[in-house]
Design a protein around this ligand. Structure first.
Ligand code: AR6
Length: 176
């Protein structure tokens, strides 16, 4: 599914974030930036040790913030590492922190001249954010960003598995 917003495109696809040919891909990391499971593990495995070295040099990342490194052996030129919130009960600022994670990745991407960026569904794996609620925040943040003044031409959400793609598609249809 693909929609045009201003001069940009918002697209939803099923697949593996490490295989994307966008200028940047986003990593759903943890505060240490020293790697982990899920998307984080996949990116470091595919991208090689250079990414981890740069992450260690960066020192870490607060929840909702973002750090940029090169893409190592990946097709993407950059990896933008962000830390989504661990979902507890929805009463601990989780929605704002998740919005900040997406927003700060987009701002950092723009500042580096990135034209195309691929996101995974941040926080919806190990961090247990309910998928439909997370999708609404992710998509709303992307839509708002593309509606503003930006050079970003493509924001792609890369969902792991058909079920996750269907949830994102359902939410996007509701929002537009
Ligand atoms: N490509 C795209 N999406 C993927 C991939 C992939 N290769 N692999 C998993 N997903 P998670 P989080 C989906 O757990 O919830 C790590 O250990 C997955 O199905 O990767 O933000 C970090 O180091 C899910 O929908 O990230 C942190 O400690 C989504 O990506 C912690 O997990 C996010 O799942 C972060 O947890």
């Amino acid at each position: 599914m693909e929609i045009k917003i201003n001069k940009g495109i918002l697209s939803l696809a099923e697949g593996d974030i490490t295989k994307q040919d966008t200028d940047a891909i986003v990593n759903a990391a943890n505060k240490s930036l020293r790697g982990g499971g899920g998307v984080d593990g996949a990116i470091h495995r595919a991208g090689g040790p250079k990414i981890l070295e740069e992450c260690i040099r960066a020192g870490g990342c607060e929840t909702g913030e973002a750090v940029i490194t090169t893409g190592g052996n990946l097709k993407a030129k950059y990896v933008i590492h962000t830390v989504g919130p661990v979902y507890r009960d929805g009463l601990h600022n989780e929605s704002k922190l998740l919005e900040n994670a997406y927003k700060n990745c987009l701002k950092l991407a723009s500042s580096k001249g990135v034209k195309s960026i691929a996101f995974p569904s941040i926080s919806t794996g190990a961090y247990r954010y309910p998928l439909e609620e997370a999708a609404e925040i992710a998509l709303n943040t992307a839509i708002t960003y593309l509606k503003g003044q930006t050079d970003i031409e493509l924001i792609r959400f890369v969902l792991f598995g058909q079920k996750a793609l269907e949830v994102y598609e359902k939410v996007l249809k509701r929002l537009i």
